[in-house]
Design a protein around this ligand. Structure first.
Ligand SMILES: Nc1ncnc2c1ncn2[C@@H]1O[C@H](COP(=O)(O)OP(=O)(O)OP(=O)(O)O)[C@@H](O)[C@H]1O
Ligand SMILES: [Mg+2]
Length: 252
């Protein structure tokens, strides 16, 4: 049975796109078929990590939402580009960076239930094991839908008072939507913060398990979303932490 994994954060810039892409690729490296859907229709970006900007001029999720294309036709197989060999596959469903397309989404809206049926079709047609959803920060129609239909909701936060407050809102809503399974990832943790104390604090506040913790890293900042960190730095502590989440929380 394929699983839908939504990655969300109440505030922006927490590292959702970077973590989603790295978790998905690390999952594919275990011989699994994964897709990543960029539901951040207002400010898309995850495609940048895959260096495939030119494909954005072809088909995107927007084409499916406006009935111009089937959802499967908006999926790009980026496995060979990432040099992933064997059974593992990574498909990317990007959102359009075209200004008119973004304006159309904001001004006209779209039938959000199409996303749900599109996800189901992708799972079937691409024979997926996992479908990862990268979301727009905060609460939007697509993030509420993603939360509601996910088998696993990953909530990302930084050790920051604004993130702590906002995350409480997301956790409450997820509970109201009766999300199947929820876990936290904490990103951008400064070196002087004690990991165990932070984990205990977060688990105590939200009563949700912390599945992974990632340090604020000069190396990730330096890469600046221009590639897949876990492929370029295979022995880095960030990559080890990603692999741990994949083994303990995703493919278990
Ligand atoms: N652990 C980390 N250490 C240092 N920089 C990081 C870390 N994780 C992510 N970043 C950087 O933070 C920035 C934002 O990351 P990203 O785009 O993944 O966040 P996001 O949550 O998807 O943002 P948005 O809410 O705008 O979609 C990027 O420049 C990325 O390289
Ligand atoms: Mg993002």
């Amino acid at each position: 049975m394929a699983k839908i994994i939504a990655v969300h954060s109440f505030r922006g810039g927490t590292g959702k796109s970077n973590l989603t892409a790295n978790l998905a690729v690390a999952t594919a490296l275990q011989g699994l078929r994964v897709a990543i859907v960029d539901t951040d229709l207002q400010s898309p970006g995850i495609h940048v990590l895959f260096n495939i900007d030119e494909t954005i001029t072809k088909k995107a999720l927007n084409d499916y939402l406006w009935n111009r294309s089937s959802i499967a036709d908006t999926a790009y197989d980026v496995s060979s580009h990432l040099k992933i060999e064997g059974k593992g596959k990574v498909f990317l469903i990007p959102s359009s960076l075209n200004a008119d397309e973004i304006a159309k989404i904001i001004s006209e809206g779209y039938n959000v239930s199409l996303l749900n049926s599109g996800f189901r079709r992708l799972i079937k047609e691409l024979r997926l094991d996992y479908l990862f959803i990268d979301t727009h920060p905060g609460l939007s129609r697509e993030s509420l839908l993603s939360i509601a239909i996910s088998d696993l909701l990953i909530i990302l936060l930084r050790p920051d008072s604004q993130d702590f407050q906002g995350t409480a809102v997301t956790v409450n809503i997820a509970r109201q939507l009766k999300v199947q399974k929820m876990m936290m990832l904490i990103n951008k943790i400064p070196s002087r913060i004690d990991l165990l104390a932070l984990q205990e604090k977060v688990e105590h506040i939200y009563q949700v398990p912390v599945a992974g913790m990632f340090r604020l890293s000069e190396d990730i900042a330096q890469l600046g979303s221009s590639g897949l960190f876990c492929l370029q730095y295979s022995n880095h502590p960030f990559t080890q932490a990603i692999k741990k989440v994949v083994h303990q929380a995703i493919i278990n």
